[in-house]
Design a protein around this ligand. Sequence first.
Ligand code: ZN
Length: 180
Amino acid sequence: MSSETSTEQPASFTAGHFFVLLSMISATAAVVVSKHTHPVALLLISAAALAAGYTAYALHRALMGLSSGEGEEEPLGVRQREILEQEKTLVLRAIKDLEFDYGMKKVSEGDYADMLERLRGRALLLMQQLERAPVPKPEAKRPAKKPKAVVGVCTRCGTRNEADARFCKQCGDRLGSVNT
Ligand SMILES: [Zn+2]
């Protein structure tokens, strides 16, 4: 009885890596399983698997964050929307590609109908998820960055004037930074 096995890993570490690993495995598995499918569909499936894994991971992190009280991470809503928007773009592009390939007779009619149905279902689901996803606050997303008015520099055309000039020598606009 000399073994010391009291070193316990924090649960968040293990679970976090588990989610990342899971998403990677499912992405790979998706590609391997559906070898015969159209490349666009493959891309889509692996992207979907990755996104699902990441969302699960982010959600887990957010839940862990609630209990530990460390709130330096980006709000979940912002990240989640980003992923959903990305995937929506991907799905819509895939539909276009598929229609193009079908037009070029690169895809059989059966494959085309099957994939189109799946892609449309996926797009619909994503749009529903986007509707339900929490909308991030606009203040948090863009910091109000006001261009600093430099004395003598025209805010309209950018011409550098004399420091005491009231009007721009280039465009004649009133120089705003001069107080009278
Ligand atoms: Zn000017």
